[in-house]
Design a protein around this ligand. Structure first.
Ligand code: SF4
Length: 302
């Protein structure tokens, strides 16, 4: 994506009263004018959020970010020191992240994002403890989601039974951690909260799978996706503007089917369908059909 195109996109987002823009990648800091985009985003009344692995982040960058008014950063974490550095292939990266977060957590709201795998599952609670002590506000986790192109890392991924056990255990322990919010974008994790809080849906979509629910992903080539993990563009910003693309969402059969949830296998008869809906990317990856059941759905184990 060029700088001029990014500015054009930000202008469109501002005209649509979008409250927050996440700069992500890959790694957004390899874009050499990122800080200029952050500044422009703030000038247009939108909150910028960075999703970064911290490789290129240093004190100078964070000072600029804070001085411009930037306040939200998400950092990808793969485990404790050894696991993180080995996974990233960078000695000292974990220590650098910890040092910088400790220094800036009074002015920047940090979220740590963990992709759970067999490599790091035994470190989850020690990691949350560590992040909590340095002032991280939110710990977000999920299992591996198949990517647009490429292979799921089978050796790292969990079976349905394993995922159920891990999610249940994390949910049971969330109250133990004070000052750090534990969340997951995986609709399946939220089932535990729904049951605990006895949330009853009123027939409207209230959560779970976020497709069609106010989140859009804009790719470097201008494609607009309803889910980062599903390469099914709603349109392309080089051909039409975002307002027009959004207008078409209601008529999009794919979005309609996901939102309706009546045609999604297994979910259609589930009482949690409007609060969950499963992960459509997982369904698509494993069955080639977006409306298949989420292969990791563990509702029958509850
Ligand atoms: S059947 Fe669908 S809505 Fe129900 S818990 Fe499973 S994935 Fe969620």
């Amino acid at each position: 994506m060029t700088y001029d195109f990014a500015i054009n996109v930000i202008n469109q987002l501002s005209g649509l009263d979008v409250p927050i823009v996440t700069f992500t990648g890959g790694e957004p800091t390899i874009f050499n004018k990122l800080i200029d985009l952050v500044e422009y985003t703030i000038q247009k009344g939108i909150k910028p959020r960075l999703q970064t692995n911290f490789t290129n982040i240093d004190k100078l960058f964070l000072d600029k970010f804070v001085n411009l008014g930037g306040r939200i950063i998400s950092v990808s974490i793969d485990g404790l020191e050894e696991t993180h550095n080995n996974t990233r292939g960078k000695d000292g990266l974990f220590q650098k992240i910890i040092a910088l977060i400790s220094k800036y957590s009074n002015v920047i709201s940090f979220q740590a994002d963990l992709v759970l795998s067999k490599r790091n599952q035994s470190e989850v609670y020690m990691l949350i403890d560590k992040l909590q002590t340095i002032g991280v506000k939110v710990f977000s986790f999920r299992s591996i989601v198949p990517v647009i192109e490429g292979d799921i890392i089978d050796n790292y991924d969990f079976s349905k039974e394993e995922l159920f056990k891990i999610y249940k255990d994390i949910h049971k322990k969330t109250d133990k951690f004070e000052g750090i919010k534990i969340v997951s974008p995986d609709p399946l994790y939220n089932i535990f909260k729904i049951i605990d809080k006895n949330i009853i849906h009123d027939g409207t979509i209230m959560g779970g799978c976020s497709i069609g629910l106010g989140l859009l992903s804009i790719q470097p080539n201008g494609d607009v996706l309803s889910c980062t993990f599903i390469n099914k563009p709603l349109g392309n910003l080089h051909k039409e503007n975002l307002k027009n693309i959004i207008k078409k969402i209601n008529d999009d059969e794919f979005i309609h089917n996901v939102l309706l949830r009546e045609n999604i296998k297994k979910c259609s008869t589930c009482k949690y369908k409007y609060l969950c809906g499963g992960c459509r990317a997982r369904a698509l990856h494993f069955s080639d059909n977006i409306l298949e059941e989420d292969p990791l759905c563990f509702i029958d184990m509850l």
